[in-house]
Design a binder for this molecule. Structure first.
Ligand code: 2U9
Length: 344
């Protein structure tokens, strides 16, 4: 039996040496040291041995098992280390490879216009303020001198959510809320950019959702000439120093007097062309002195305070800046359109 065990040891160790993978080593372990293996078999037959032989064979069997087990462990460890080394060397980083280019996005043209307009007004001391897109009827209309029966409410057909809640039709409620927070004390000097919603059929020049930037300056002694100066500075900064503005009388419920602001046409220098519809002027803003009732409703004493306000459509500014002919391009997310606004 001892001889048989020695044979088995030699055979098993030989196979351990020949195994080429951890998997093959495991197969050798099962074959020789498993419950159904030949060493177990030898041990089972020990009952037939004499009392003298039995411990010797037992001890030999244990020695053989331990020897095979030890060599198996050594080789397993060796193979695992080798596999790890191979993996590490095959995965090594070649630092000389050129980097993968990162696909850069671009700011949406409307965002670019909003940021540019904001920067110009920040330069004149205005703060940027935002507010909710879902508004109450009270802040969207009532506070802006548009009572329930006002015809302008029909003019701006709106998206109502409940009888009292709607998608704001202008960013003006942000100004009304801000004035209220100031509790009757000026100055309030803000520009309010944001999305607004009106029930309109979408076409090349109309969209049911569009963007506005409105501005408000309320303080003691704010005059119409301040409004003109601020808007002239803005227009020259946005469109160019050679452009001029003109004011035409208009009407808005929230301002009195109200004006429409035109900028001289940049294509024909006021001579008249296709872009300005042969008038030499392009309408770009609405504005006016804040109506005393609007001041009062938001907690300012119209005897002590006055203010001006203005509003502009962002899409119109973007159309003019980039020479785009259809407002719907801004909302269809066509990459062929959007990628043209990448900065080099
Ligand atoms: C308060 C008081 C007054 C905001 C103003 C306009 C004139 C205006 C239009 C321009 C193009 C909207 O996008 S558009 O259709 N806006 O003409 N907006 S004055 O007046 C305010 C706002 C808030 C408390």
């Amino acid at each position: 039996m001892i001889e048989r065990l020695e044979e088995l040891e030699e055979e098993a160790l030989q196979q351990v040496e020949e195994a080429a993978s951890v998997k093959e080593l495991e197969a050798v372990r099962v074959k020789y040291l498993g419950k159904k293996g030949p060493i177990t078999e030898v041990l089972r037959g020990m009952g037939k041995l004499s009392a003298e032989e039995r411990p010797k064979v037992g001890q030999k069997a244990n020695e053989v098992r331990e020897a095979i087990q030890a060599r198996l462990e050594e080789r397993t460890k060796g193979l695992e280390e080798k596999a790890l080394e191979e993996k590490l060397s095959s995965e090594s980083i070649d630092v000389t490879l050129p980097g993968r280019p990162i696909k850069k996005g671009a700011r949406h043209p409307l965002t670019a216009v909003v940021e540019e307009v904001e920067d110009i007004f920040i330069g004149m001391g205005f703060k940027v303020t935002e507010g909710p897109e879902v508004e109450t009827d009270y802040y969207n209309f009532e506070k802006l001198n548009l009572p329930k029966d006002h015809p302008a409410r029909d003019m701006q057909d709106s998206f109502y959510i409940t009888p009292d809640l709607l998608l704001r039709t202008q960013t003006s409620p942000v100004q009304a809320r801000t004035m209220e927070k100031h509790e009757g004390k000026g100055p309030v000097k803000i520009v309010c950019p944001g999305k607004v919603y009106r029930r309109d059929d979408d076409d090349a020049t109309h969209s049911h959702q569009f963007m506005q930037i409105e501005g408000l300056y309320v303080d003691k002694d704010v005059k119409m000439s301040d409004l003109k100066g601020v808007l002239e500075t803005f227009v020259k900064k946005y469109f160019g120093p050679d452009r001029s503005i003109r004011l035409r009388p208009s009407f808005f419920p929230f301002t009195e007097p109200s004006v429409e602001v035109d900028v001289s046409c940049g294509l024909c220098q006021g001579q008249g062309c296709r872009v300005c519809k042969h008038s030499g002027w392009i309408e770009v803003l609405g504005a006016g002195m804040v109506h005393p009732r609007v001041l009062e409703m938001s907690g300012f004493d119209p005897e002590e305070y006055s203010g001006f306000a203005f509003g502009m459509g962002v899409e119109r500014f973007a159309l003019l800046r980039y020479g785009i002919d259809d407002i719907r391009h801004f909302y269809t997310n066509d990459l062929r359109f959007l990628e043209q606004f990448k900065r080099s």
